[in-house]
Write a protein of this length. Sequence first.
Length: 435
Amino acid sequence: MNKSPGWSYERLLNYAPDSRTLSQARGLFFAKRWKLLEGNGAFLWGEYETIHGHQYKAFVRLEPPLFRCSCKSRRRPCKHSLALVLLFLNRPDVWVVKEEIPEWAALYIQHKEAPNPPKINVSQQEKRIQLMDQGVAELEKWLLNIIQQGLAQFTNPADWENIAARMVDAKLGAIARRLRYCTTLFLNEEWLDPITKEVGSLYLFVRAWQQKSTLTKPQKQTLLQAAGWSIRKDTILQNTAVKDNWLVLGLTTGMEDKLTFRRTWLRGEQSKKIALILDFSYGNRGFEDHWVLGSVLNGALVFYPGNAAIRAVFKNYQSSREPYDFKAGYQNLNELGDGYSQTLAVSPWLQTFPCLLNDVYPTFNKKTLSFTLWDKEGQGVPMNTTAAAWQFLSISGGQPITVFGEYNGHVFTPLSIINQGSVMELNVSIKGNVK
């Protein structure tokens, strides 16, 4: 059964009534108690038997979305109907294709239908904003406690995990990810500076949220995305596209809980724009699209709204074998610093900044066991000590070369090397920190 192009895990997040229900739906993902899983590409239906022998019948119409279930849960859509979509997205092998829907499922279609989401009506938006307001108020109290008592009193990862869980309940998913990312920083001896930076960034978010009524539309869109407010792909595709030849310049994958994410970096030949395609996969299911490093795609990209927009989706594309111009890139690290500062000024919650650097080379310090990236003017920035850094050092041989990577304002992570017109992949895998 073919996957609907309009459905993704990210879209499903918009329908879940709360994080608890979605978590329960994930729990049913590998459950062996599904007695029936059938569908025809337009409708999904299934029968689930509990450990106590109760049987529930769940039904989903994919377009326009409609969720129904015979269970008595007050949360709608319930975990059973959400689980049907998760199974549909990630486990096509468990489905039996049936053209005709059963009689009990047909009755669900005739039942009084809910409004067609995710065009959330005003009252739903207001309720979500109110919930987010409450979460921001709680986050502010927690951050002020850190400021008053000192970071030394908050080094227990469980404290950060607890506040992160409460942010998820308040529909502040991106803020929860930042808090969970902080727990990984405590594993390093030099945790003070990066943790202080994150606390400052979170408090800046709180203050901006409190003044959201005074922000311009692009500023509000940037703030909402920093909070974790997702936008439907088909909504994004209604915006103006940028047509260009797009080079696949870098790929990184990582894990966040049971969710696998992939960042694919593209560069436009004429526009010189850098674009990020963010893909998700739950469980053992692979990604929907397969991007090949070094390939060139002729197509139209639509960027997400907001200041310094980087994330994008393809409206259409096709492979191209035409020669690609590699020339543009930062000529030195001062240019990189200026570009990063200008972007951060309009998008202060940016965690990952893409950069193409010309004529740079890595060195390794045996005493400190650390890598540094240098330009031809003698300016340097720290590099992550990873397998990719060793590859970079080996390939460059200490000679100037063009490299593409991610920069967070302090450390540079190399992703690929451009040499004689070819893109060479460096082995990079990360945990957490989706964007």
